[in-house]
Structures are given as structure tokens and as C-alpha cells.
Design a protein around this ligand. Structure first.
Ligand SMILES: Cc1ncc(COP(=O)(O)O)c(C=O)c1O
Length: 384
């Protein structure tokens, strides 16, 4: 327990809550909790299946076979990737659980795992619980927020795991196949498992369709992909995700599950099936909503004379800060002085310094209002 880092964002949440309780008008763009509801047909599927007493009993240890088949069918339909539902799919209690479990499975004390910097903080949590060491791969705008794989593996040749995440939280970057092809080439010659976190799979803007790691030839021999229903179907509270790919890793996850728990509540699994196999129009509508919000936010910044590059995917903007202020100070002063909560970039790693992350998780008008307040703060504080 002592190895675990403190939860960086807990402090921000408390501060925001305190301001709201004081009656202040706070626009909270600091977190990544989707604001729109789960599509109605999925909620109805849960309601129907919870009435079936069969769902009240213990389910199979590895999840319902029908859900694993639905995951495989989803990958065939969305990505043209054909998977064996028995050996290439594992059901997870949310993506976060899978990301933590894979570190327990693969890492012994002193082992090394490579993570993107800036990146999702929970990669570190799993690595620390395992007593392993985290080595970072800087993501910088000059390299389109892609890691320098040669440099990373030259300095950590024995890395056992490599975490990747595109569309990227927090940078909003999306990649094409060339990065994944290079990853596969470099992973094939070593004993390293690639873990692609595909949490924002469905959120690509301007007609960009984020690609699955498994679309690249050879990927399933050296890696797994973690797909959560949290963002695609606005099911963050339901805790359902799955891992697909390399058979040995999938078998290891399932063995871990045999010992740790008896899979998910079967009624939730039935609802997840209907999410994956049912109508997908709301998924596309939500991406359009996020895109409109993104556009409204950046237009409002632009109107005030602040230019910044909009993200290609996810529901986050990654805003560079003026020189001379740390991301923590900026976030804290912006909240105090303008009532806008954003996430300090340094919370995502050392290379997040100089940025803040803005979540497009409020109405367009509120996002425009937030952009105006941010721009006003920047203009007022231009000369220090
Ligand atoms: C990059 C990334 N990965 C994984 C997750 C975890 O998602 P969940 O545990 O809800 O499946 C999140 C959630 O915010 C995320 O941003």
C-alpha cells in the first residue's frame, strides 16, 4: 500500500465540491465522467434480464459465452478482426480492472513496464502494486504525441509490458497504422506484451475512424487490446469491458479471474450484449455531440485571440499554457478566480507539465462560457 501514489485528482474534486457548496458557478471540466445517459435500449435490456431469475445465480467464471461471442462479432463488424470467443476474449470488470490485472500477471518485483507520458494514471497504479518499475515514453507535440519507440526500447531493452492508448487520454491524439506496425515489429523480437488501451475507440473527429491495434498484422501475437463499454455506450457506472488478442495473455487473465471473482452480474452481461450487437446510431450521435462541443470550445477561444490545436479524438482538449506558470498553479488559480475546473497536465506525467486537460462534458453554451473565462484569465495574466 505504501508504494501506491496518492490519487492526484482527489484534491481537485474536493476543491470543486467546496466551491459548489459555497454557491459558486463552477464549470467542471476537470474529470472524464461522460455526462450523457446510456442508450435506452441497453437500459431496457438490463431491466428485462434482471427479471429472469437465471441471472440471479452465479454465472460462468469466464463470463457468458454469448457475451464473449458478442465481443467477437463486434470486432468482426467494426474492425474486420476475426477472433475466437473462447481463446481470444476475456470479460473484465471495466477497463481499469484489466489494466491493473495485467500488471499483476506480467510483472514481478523489479520488472519494467513502459507507459506513455503524459498518460492515464492507472497504468502506474498497477505497476506499483506489482512492485515493478515504470519507465516513461515522452509524448510531445513535435512527434504528434507518439512515443519514440527506438529510444524507449534502447533504454529499457528488458521491458515486459508496454502500455499504449490511442485515441490518447489526455492529448486527444489519434494514430494511423504506422505506429502500430512499428510496435509489432519491435515487440515480435522480444518477450514484451503490448497492451493497447482502446478506451476512446468510438470517439474520432472529422471522419477519423480510430483503428484497432489488432487490425495490424502480427498484433495478436504480441499484444492485447482492452475495450471498455464506458465511453462508447456511456456505461461508465456499469463496469463492463473486455480484453482481446494474444491467447496466452487472455488465458492468463481468465486464470486470474478464476481465482479473484466469478465474473460480472449476468444481467449486466446480457445488457452489454445488446450494446455491442444492437443499433449503433446513438454511438455516432454522441461522437457528433462531442465534436460540436469541441468546435464550440475552440471557436470561443479563437474569438478571444487564443489559438490552440483541437484534438482529433477523445472528449478531451489538451491546452498548452502560457510560459511561466505551472499547470497546478494555473488549474488552481483558474478555479479560484474564474470558477472553471480543469485537470493540471502534470497529473498525467512530467511531460504533461505546461498543459491542462479540458473535458467536453457539459453543454455547448457552458463550454463556450468556460473558453471565454479561460481566455480572459490568460489575457489578464499575459504579462505575469
Ligand atoms: C485512457 C483510459 N483508459 C481506461 C479507462 C478506464 O475505463 P473503465 O474502467 O471505465 O473501463 C479510462 C477512463 O477514464 C481512460 O480514460
Amino acid at each position: 500500500m505504501q508504494r501506491l501514489p496518492s490519487q492526484f485528482f482527489a484534491g481537485l474534486t474536493q476543491q470543486v465540491q467546496a466551491y459548489i457548496e459555497q454557491g459558486r458557478d463552477v464549470i467542471n471540466l476537470g474529470q472524464g465522467n461522460p455526462d450523457l445517459p446510456t442508450p435506452a435500449h441497453i437500459v431496457e435490456a438490463l431491466r428485462d434480464s434482471v427479471q429472469d431469475p437465471a441471472t440471479h445465480r452465479y454465472g460462468p467464471f469466464h463470463g457468458l459465452a454469448s457475451l464473449r461471442s458478442a465481443c467477437a462479432e463486434f470486432y468482426r463488424r467494426e474492425y474486420g478482426v476475426v477472433l475466437d470467443p473462447d481463446s481470444e476474449v476475456a470479460i473484465l470488470f471495466g477497463g481499469k480492472a484489466g489494466l491493473i490485472e495485467i500488471s499483476q500477471i506480467y510483472l514481478n518485483e523489479g520488472d519494467v513496464a513502459l507507459v506513455p507520458d503524459p498518460g492515464y494514471p492507472d497504468y502506474e497504479s498497477g505497476i506499483k502494486i506489482a512492485g515493478a518499475r515504470m519507465a516513461t515514453m515522452p509524448l510531445v507535440p513535435e512527434q504528434h504525441f507518439m512515443p519514440d519507440l527506438e529510444a524507449a526500447l534502447a533504454s529499457e531493452p528488458d521491458a515486459k509490458l508496454m502500455f499504449l492508448n490511442y485515441p490518447s487520454n489526455p492529448t486527444g491524439a489519434v494514430v494511423d497504422s504506422s505506429l502500430f506496425e512499428q510496435v509489432v515489429r519491435m515487440a515480435q523480437s522480444r518477450k514484451m506484451l503490448v497492451v493497447h488501451d482502446f478506451a476512446y475507440a468510438s470517439i474520432g473527429f472529422d471522419s477519423i475512424r480510430p483503428m484497432s491495434f489488432l487490425e495490424v498484422e502480427g498484433a495478436r501475437d504480441c499484444g492485447i487490446e482492452i475495450y471498455t463499454l464506458s465511453k462508447t455506450y456511456n456505461m461508465a457506472g456499469w463496469r463492463v469491458a473486455f480484453a482481446v488478442g494474444q491467447k496466452e495473455a487472455i488465458a492468463a487473465l481468465k486464470l486470474y479471474h478464476n481465482h479473484a471473482y466469478v465474473s460480472l452480474f449476468p444481467a449486466i452481461q446480457k445488457a452489454a450484449e445488446s450494446a455491442l450487437l444492437g443499433p449503433q446510431d446513438e454511438v455516432h450521435q454522441r461522437t457528433e455531440i462531442y465534436q460540436k462541443r469541441r468546435d464550440a470550445f475552440y471557436l470561443a477561444l479563437h474569438q478571444k485571440g487564443i489559438s490552440a490545436k483541437p484534438p482529433q479524438g477523445t472528449f478531451f482538449g489538451w491546452l498548452p499554457l502560457p510560459e511561466g506558470i505551472s499547470s497546478l498553479d494555473f488549474a488552481s488559480r483558474l478555479l479560484q478566480e474564474k470558477g472553471v475546473a480543469v485537470a493540471a497536465g502534470v497529473g498525467f506525467g512530467q511531460h504533461g507539465e505546461g498543459y491542462v486537460r479540458v473535458g467536453f462534458l457539459d453543454r455547448e453554451e457552458r463550454l463556450m462560457e468556460a473558453a471565454h473565462r479561460i481566455a480572459d484569465w490568460m489575457i489578464q495574466n499575459q504579462n505575469g
